[in-house]
Ligand binder design. Structure first.
Ligand code: ADP
Length: 328
């Protein structure tokens, strides 16, 4: 597909995150501003295969900047893993006159996008929408900031009940491969210990730290545990282990789960989504493809999707040190 872009298709795919609607709004309004047609593609790659499209104009995205989830819906689509499925998707795009795509999603969605581009040459730009903040080429993904605020708010509430009963709470947060949510929300909520996939501090250290915390006179303790922590124990096993070895503690577990993905996006995520949407449309108009919009040093940047999906952003070691100092 060569020549000037005339009609952009926008879709959300994979795990949803707060700020996706703000990004859709930005893409749609940028198209309207730049006098390009815009189509909403429903249910990610599944909707692309089925031709589930709807024209979108500036007014069709009124009052969504503040809404969590995605008005275009999201889906996981096994058919897109096959050449036949992708051929159907291409045929549907051709029939609808869509000659450029903006995908809002995570690394799985980006992987699919790259394969699709290689096969059919449809220009495609990615916007990283995931609460895990695990995509290389951007300091922040859409939804991460909102998820942090949600987690901190909940831990504050858990702390109220924990301190009323002198309890120790293990709070499990999302993060199978990366500990960004656990580390940042843990520091923000004043957690006594933070267990993340990137570091295995060992169970002995955990016990020592909790013992010290109790002896120093703390009335409650919070341990934030990322799903993929490296202790080799899940959050319930950790609770049992600590209760067995430190009977001074009355322990409870709270698994936050999917609530971390919901809610009205923070101002930061809304602004980020607005900036990313504009850049995505501009990049397509300029003839670019296979790039992901990101933010680095507060500048909106473009990184090859091939690089973005290969690496994770690293956790901030300095923040780990800060966390240690705060729990003295
Ligand atoms: P996320 O984008 O949040 O990482 P997934 O990993 O579930 O979410 O990916 C979303 C969708 O992207 C999948 O359901 C599938 O349709 C498509 N996809 C992911 N990986 C591939 C792949 N290797 N080939 C083709 N399509 C893929």
């Amino acid at each position: 597909m060569k020549g000037k872009i005339k009609k952009i298709g926008v879709f959300t795919s994979g795990g949803d995150s707060p700020g996706m609607n703000a990004a859709i709004r930005s893409v749609v309004r940028s198209c309207a501003y730049m006098k390009i047609e815009c189509m909403g593609i429903y249910r990610g790659y599944q909707g692309m295969i089925e031709g589930d499209f709807k024209p979108m104009d500036a007014r069709s995205v009124n009052n969504i900047i503040n809404k969590g989830g995605t008005i275009l819906k999201s889906a996981r689509c096994t058919d897109f893993h096959t050449k036949e499925g992708r051929q159907k998707a291409y045929d549907q795009l051709q029939a609808a006159g869509i000659d450029g795509l903006v995908v809002i999603g995570g690394d799985g969605s980006f992987t699919g996008a790259l394969i699709f581009h290689k096969e059919f040459k449809v220009p495609i730009i990615g916007i990283p929408g995931t609460i895990d903040n695990d995509i290389f080429g951007t300091t922040y993904t859409l939804g991460f900031d909102t998820a942090l605020n949600t987690v901190v708010e909940v831990i504050d509430k858990i702390r109220d009940t924990a301190s009323s009963h002198n309890r120790l709470f293990f709070v499990e947060v999302m993060g199978r491969d990366v500990g960004h949510i656990a580390l940042n929300a843990g520091v923000g909520a004043g957690a006594e210990e933070i267990l993340i996939p990137e570091e295995n501090l060992g169970l002995e250290r955990l016990l020592d730290s909790l013992k010290r915390s109790k002896l120093s006179g703390k009335s409650s303790s919070i341990v934030v545990v990322a799903e993929g922590d490296k202790t080799g124990k899940n959050v319930f096993e950790l609770k049992e282990y600590v209760e067995k070895h430190l009977p001074i503690y009355d322990c409870r577990v709270s698994v936050l789960g999917h609530m971390q993905r919901g809610g009205s996006p923070s101002c930061f995520d809304r602004v980020l989504a607005s900036r990313m949407g504009v850049k995505a449309v501009e990049a397509l108009i300029e003839g670019k493809t296979s790039l992901m919009v990101g933010i680095q040093d507060n500048k909106i940047t473009l990184t090859p999707i091939s690089k973005a999906i290969k690496g994770h952003t690293k956790i901030d070691k300095e923040l780990l040190r800060v966390s240690d100092i705060m729990t003295v």
